[in-house]
Design a protein around this ligand. Sequence first.
Ligand code: UGY
Ligand code: MN
Length: 244
Amino acid sequence: MHSLGETRSSNQRDHLLHTPDTFVRAALPGMVLGEAVVHISPAGGAGFTQYTAELQPQGCLGTTSAQRFVYVMEGNVTVALQGNLHTLAAGGFAYLSAGVAHTVAATVAARLAVIEKPYQPLPGASAPTARIGQESEATPTPLMGDPDLVVRGLLPGDLGFDFAVNTMTYQPGAALSMVEVHVMEHGLLMLEGGGIYRLSDRWYPVRAGDFIWMGPYCPQWFGALGKVPAKYLIYKDWNRHPLP
Ligand code: UGY
Ligand code: MN
């Protein structure tokens, strides 16, 4: 059915809601048997790039000189890293430090969340090394003591890391306890469920499959609706002084 020009997608100065009906696919340089939906990039005002990679069997990502974080949403991939092969299924992730040689190849059709960011070194802090992990092994921590809203940090918090990636899971009816306004930006992929996202002075219905970018200082709040938990994967830059 023709949408007659309607969509929930919205591109504002300090935020973007990118819904699947508006996704445009294209291969990125070096990608084989795959396409990317680039959700946000410096062209959209962000300090990082986030895309969904859709790989066919034997498809692979191209190379990057930036740090890369890969989270498997569907299917299986093999990550070749420092002489080892790691098989990742849904919930598996890889942090690939800037400049580390690696390949990410699909064994069956796969959908991946890919975040890339130039590394910002910090004097006195060692640059992080590459690592492989599984979301289910990350410790669930209630946010501000709320057992119905748990955060799983996928990367260590030490100062070597200049960004964080977490999952946040809200039981139906759970909500952020405050409207946040902060210098860090976010890239957010709704993985499960849905609810209402406040971004700046607008309130959006959101559901699994949607992407949101929040720029620095974008007022933000989320409340989960429906009968199943809402879960999202969220990036933020951190651990660096705001003065360049
Ligand atoms: O980490 C965060 O800033 C997170 N609580 N923000 C969000 O969920 N919009
Ligand atoms: Mn936030």
